[in-house]
Design a protein around this ligand. Structure first.
Ligand code: ADP
Ligand code: MG
Length: 332
């Protein structure tokens, strides 16, 4: 392992503008993106639809050509050292795209052939076993369930034993049980030393799996931090309380200690940091202020809140993280 690089992926100043056509203007999908993924990491690239996640992945995969900037995979430049770069990475694409008439075993065998792996070194059965598809070895791939197809894509990406596995929104539209199954498998690969780069638009997924998260929006990386640190910054919840009588303003006993807004005659909205204040404490305070509680609901931070809090942090400090620009024409 002495010769393994410290960085599995290194992206510097990466830009991508898709050429326009008669009916659509050019589209800039990545703006000056810097990103480093350390060897052995489980790294998350989190962002809403249209943020540029697949564009970045597809540049690394050699499927999309960059407009400017540099990228290295396992130390190999994706242009100058393309073959070595491609050998180091396995990509699980966002779209399921394989020939439905091949069996899983045949598909892996063909893929191994594409990578020039000699017959005696092919591990198709072992890989099928690892993704729980040994029993489907000789079935038609079109007969597989959606979850099995996903796992077959993971298997296909692992045929050449890459150091890095990239998964582009592997669980979008997948049900909870299959999602958990896939999470377990990918986690196991990471435990075995494979560096993982996962893109997702689910905050919960990134939080659950990744040890570091970069957030991308409108083609720009607006945050990149260890997961725990990022979650602390998003330590924010809302508690909506319906009380038993009409209010004429927020009682002073409450406004003194809490961030609270009156939303309608009987509705109060508390904003609080769950790491410091419990919802129970707030409810007790409401009782102490002489009000009865009729109904309560809470809301977790969502991806949208994350963007809001990150961009407002930047506003306050007057530095870093620019928000979306006025020229951006798409809604995420
Ligand atoms: P994500 O994977 O985060 O949803 P994408 O990388 O697919 O985002 O897309 C980023 C932006 O680039 C979007 O605005 C998308 O419409 C645009 N885009 C993606 N692929 C192409 C393409 N082949 N031609 C033109 N625009 C594209
Ligand atoms: Mg995508």
């Amino acid at each position: 392992m002495e010769n393994d690089p410290a960085l599995a992926i290194e992206v510097v100043g990466l830009e991508k503008t898709y050429a326009g056509s008669k009916n659509s203007p050019p589209k800039t999908a990545l703006r000056n993106v810097d990103l480093t993924v350390e060897r052995g990491a489980f790294f998350g690239l989190l962002g809403p639809n249209g943020a540029g996640k697949s564009t970045l992945i597809n540049i690394l995969a050699g499927l999309v050509t960059k407009t400017a900037g540099e990228a290295r995979i396992w130390g190999h430049d994706i242009e100058r050292d393309m073959r070595a770069a491609r050998r180091s990475i396995g990509i699980v694409p966002q779209e399921i795209n394989f020939d439905p008439f091949f069996t899983p075993w045949e598909m892996l065998d063909v893929q191994a052939g594409l990578y020039g792996i000699e017959k005696k070194h092919r591990r198709s059965d072992e890989i099928l076993e690892a993704v729980g598809l040994a029993g489907k070895r000789d079935a038609y791939s079109r007969s597989l369930s959606g979850g099995m197809k996903r796992r077959l894509l993971v298997a296909k990406a692992m045929v050449h034993s890459p150091k890095i596995l990239v998964l582009d929104e592997p669980t979008a539209g997948v049900d909870v049980e299959l999602r958990r199954q896939l999470w377990r498998q990918v986690r196991k690969l990471n435990d075995d030393g494979v560096t993982i780069l996962l893109t997702t638009h689910y905050l919960e997924e990134a939080e659950e799996l990744c040890d570091k998260i970069a957030i991308i929006n409108h083609g720009q990386v607006i945050a990149c931090e260890p997961t725990e640190q990022l979650m602390q910054r998003m330590d924010s919840k809302a508690l909506r309380v319906v009380v038993d009588r009409d209010l004429d303003g927020v009682p002073e006993a409450l406004s003194r200690d809490y961030v609270v807004e009156q939303r309608s005659e009987r509705v109060l909205l508390f904003s609080y940091a769950p790491s410091r204040v419990g919802a129970g404490e707030i409810l007790t305070a409401i009782g102490a202020a002489g009000l009865g509680v009729v109904d309560v609901s809470t809301r977790e931070a969502e991806l949208e809140d994350v963007f809001l809090s990150l961009t407002s942090d930047a506003d306050e400090s007057g530095a870093g993280a620019p928000g979306p620009t006025a020229t951006d024409d798409h809604a995420a």
